[in-house]
Design a protein around this ligand. Structure first.
Ligand SMILES: Nc1nc2c(ncn2[C@@H]2O[C@H](COP(=O)(O)OP(=O)(O)OP(=O)(O)O)[C@@H](O)[C@H]2O)c(=O)[nH]1
Length: 341
């Protein structure tokens, strides 16, 4: 049974709603946007408990919990089902079997999927829900505009625009990992104790595709490789194309060999895929761990050297710069000497 409608929570004044919308439409940082939206919804509904649940690994399941109001509570089986259902929705979810609970999808944080889980003392009035729905709609529109500006037109992957900022955030997380720290810092998409990596992925002999089948088919191959990347790598890995036939990935893995395994999975997936007209294709990948004092240019330069090693070694392989360095196969990357895109 649903708890009775709660008439005691006053409807927000038009000024407050306008202030909320002005704030949300003025933000450009997705995490900040997500946090402020959650904050406004909490203020709006005045729940007994509110927490943001982030899905941290698509394959393994599991949720990262960020308590906004009241103590955090691990979602039970039914709640996990509801969270999953809410993820893909445009509208909030309320279920008869979970009275007093509301699940607000918080989409758009670069693949990190999150839901605001509210525990209410009483069902909100229809007018309350309507206002919250409209706030959510404006939020989605802002995310849509951000996507439009930050994504590559052909593949839908991220473009160069947000790369540096994300990279610097990862370098800071790597600093925590080097210091042996871990735990939730409240603003993460990644586990703050995990090492982070930059990978460069290059389609082998792509020129032959263009020369043999034409640029339209070449473009389709780029699109399909991007799709395979999205399907194979994890939700919170960030996938970029800055133009050309080269892709960049920022990923965090709980162990050092996790990046190698993730990229191997992608390499195998591409090698097994039958590309329309073209047939078989392979990729070469190189990666490096991101250090605390790295610049994007330095890390990219190292990963790029590893790609060259993969090409030299016969293509269709994944190489780690750090391993190549340990083997003496490459020299330490010169600082700043690499052309970056
Ligand atoms: N269709 C298409 N082709 C592109 C795009 N951007 C770059 N290219 C082509 O990608 C090809 C890259 O070729 P190369 O750098 O010589 O390398 P490759 O043939 O992939 O050979 P290896 O990297 O050595 O395995 C060139 O033919 C570019 O014209 C694009 O947006 N669409």
């Amino acid at each position: 049974m649903h708890p009775a409608s709660n008439p005691s929570t006053p409807l927000p004044s038009p000024q407050r709603v306008a202030r909320c919308l002005a704030e949300l439409t003025g933000l450009r940082d997705r995490e900040q946007l997500q946090q402020r939206l959650a904050g406004h919804l909490v203020e709006h509904f005045q729940p007994v408990r509110a927490q943001v649940c982030r899905r941290h690994d698509e394959r393994m399941g599991g949720w990262d919990i960020l308590a906004l109001h009241g103590p955090p509570a691990e979602p039970g089986e039914q709640e996990c089902q509801a969270l999953l259902e809410a993820l893909g929705r445009e509208h909030p979810l309320q279920l008869a079997e979970l009275p007093g609970r509301a699940f607000y999808p918080l989409p758009g944080s670069h693949g990190a999927q999150a839901v605001l889980q509210l525990q209410l003392e009483a069902s909100p009035s229809e007018a309350h829900q309507l206002v919250a729905d409209e706030i959510l709609r404006v939020y989605r529109n802002v995310i849509g505009l951000l996507d439009y500006g930050e994504r590559d037109g052909l593949t839908g992957l991220l473009n160069r625009k947000s790369f540096d900022e994300t990279f610097m955030r990862l370098a800071a997380l790597s600093a925590r990992s080097e210091a042996g720290l871990s735990g939730c810092d409240g603003r993460r998409h990644w586990h703050s104790g995990d090492p982070c990596f930059l990978a460069v992925i290059d389609i082998d002999h792509f020129k032959r595709v263009n020369d043999g089948f034409g640029h339209l088919v070449g473009d389709e191959v780029l699109l399909l490789v991007a799709r395979l990347m999205g399907e194979t790598l994890r939700q919170h890995d960030r996938l970029y194309r800055f133009g050309g036939e080269e892709f960049v990935v920022l990923l965090s893995c709980s162990q050092d060999d996790g990046a190698q395994a993730a990229l191997e999975r992608l390499r195998e997936r591409v090698a097994r895929y039958a590309f329309p007209q073209v047939g078989e294709l392979t990729i070469s990948a190189g990666f490096t761990r991101i250090d605390a004092d790295d610049t994007p240019e330095q890390a990219f330069g190292r990963a790029d050297k590893a790609v060259y090693a993969a090409k030299d070694g016969g293509r269709d392989q994944v190489r780690s710069f750090d391993e190549l360095l340990a083997e003496g196969a490459v020299a330490e990357a010169a600082t700043g000497g690499v052309d970056f895109f």
